[in-house]
Design a binder for this molecule. Structure first.
Ligand SMILES: Nc1nc2c(ncn2[C@@H]2O[C@H](COP(=O)(O)OP(=O)(O)OP(=O)(O)O)[C@@H](O)[C@H]2O)c(=O)[nH]1
Ligand SMILES: [Mg+2]
Length: 367
């Protein structure tokens, strides 16, 4: 039995060659039509590639074959189907070897899917290694069970910070900090609205963003909609006084100017404002559309402000959310909130381990 690939201009030419070479009993295993020569080949005519198996043509002197001999041999059929399976397994194996990972097939499919979701390959591998320890071979074959396990293991890696809740003893002073345009002001408006509407607690709004034209007016608009005054602190001393004056509030939410991670002066200035409040909580806002090395650099530079947690914003702007897992894994701060759109107040959710894992694995446009 020989298996061979034939290339020809059309199927008829290919079959003639196959017959001449492999004989009348040749079995066609696969037919593909393709263009040669990659992108350049776009303008070339198609060629036909045929994978065939057969015993080889009989020598010219062989006796004439009877009609019975040309009937399909069932053994040949089963052989060809075997060959087909074998070929698939080889293809599968070579693609698995190309990724450097050897996993049982359901896990390999899950691995490919995790990569398509933007999960870091090393992380995907670790995730699946843990899942493989949890599930037996039969459970791995069941997609729903498998993905539930993947989500459960991923959730185990995600640290979250509980959502803002009132403190019995003191005003909670919360700063939102982060690079420019990531959604700090909008998030403050969403949080304030939720505190007022769902928790029915007293919230004060303060901004220290007096750099950007229109920044005060932006938060002022939200404050008016919520029926709350907005206070502006021009320096750390004023901020200290404002905080002292509003100790009757359950929360004080403090907006800050967007700060490039490369601008050390601005970061140090911001640190002085933050030092004016004690105790305080600092939430660092990161947009999920920021590429990973940049996000890690931001976290490193903002470390001087000692963030207590993260707000990860603009999930709606990103198609694959797998990088959430990488962020959760690589950034030492717990995730407090996820924001999912521009609408105030609804486009925000408190982070839970399973919720973040679900976003990373199957919520959003990727499904
Ligand atoms: N798609 C999307 N847009 C958002 C989200 N959050 C905020 N935005 C939009 O992003 C833009 C910037 O939002 P801001 O709240 O002004 O961002 P900021 O961080 O306060 O910006 P600066 O104060 O200039 O540093 C606005 O158009 C918001 O509507 C979100 O979760 N998804
Ligand atoms: Mg702002």
């Amino acid at each position: 039995m020989r298996v061979k690939k034939y290339r020809a201009r059309d199927a008829r030419e290919a079959y003639q060659a196959i017959r001449a070479d492999l004989g009348d009993d040749a079995v066609i295993l696969e037919v593909q039509k393709r263009r040669e020569g990659g992108l350049r080949g776009l303008f070339r005519p198609h060629v036909v590639e045929v994978l065939a198996a057969g015993q080889g043509a009989l020598p010219a002197a062989a006796p004439a074959r009877t009609a019975v001999a040309t009937l399909p041999d069932p053994r040949l059929d089963s052989l060809s189907s075997h060959l087909h399976d074998l070929r698939q397994q080889l293809d599968d194996l070579s693609s698995r070897l190309a990724t450097g990972v050897l996993l049982p097939r359901p896990l390999q499919r899950a691995f490919d899917r995790l990569l398509a979701l933007g999960v870091d390959p090393a992380l995907a591998q670790r995730l699946l290694a843990d899942v493989q320890e949890e599930l037996n071979a039969r459970a791995l074959e069941d997609e729903v069970t498998l993905w539930r396990a993947i989500r459960r293991v991923a959730a185990g890696w995600i640290q979250v910070r509980p959502p803002l809740g009132p403190s019995a003893t003191q005003t909670r002073v919360v700063f939102l900090v982060g690079p420019t345009g990531v959604g700090k002001t909008t998030t403050i408006a969403k949080l304030a609205a939720n505190i007022l509407l769902s928790q029915r607690r007293a919230v004060g709004l303060i901004t220290t963003d007096t750099f950007r034209i229109g920044a005060v007016a932006q938060l002022q608009t939200y404050a008016e909609l919520l029926g709350q005054p907005l206070h502006v602190a021009y320096d750390p001393g004023e901020l200290r006084q404002l905080i002292a004056r509003h100790q009757d509030k359950d929360y004080l939410l403090i907006d800050t100017p967007g700060c490039s991670q490369h601008n050390g002066d601005n970061l140090r200035e911001l640190r002085k404002f933050i030092a004016a409040a004690e105790p305080r909580e600092v939430l660092l806002t990161l947009s999920l559309s920021t590429v990973l090395p940049e996000a890690l650099e931001i976290v490193r530079r903002f470390d001087i402000l000692k963030p207590d947690g993260l707000v990860i914003s603009k999930l709606d702007e990103v198609r694959a959310h797998g990088s959430l897992l990488t962020l959760a894994e690589r950034i030492p701060h717990p995730i407090a909130y996820l924001t999912t759109g521009q609408q105030v107040p609804q486009d925000i959710e408190a982070a839970t381990p399973l919720g973040v894992a679900a976003w990373a694995l199957w919520r959003g446009d990727a499904h």
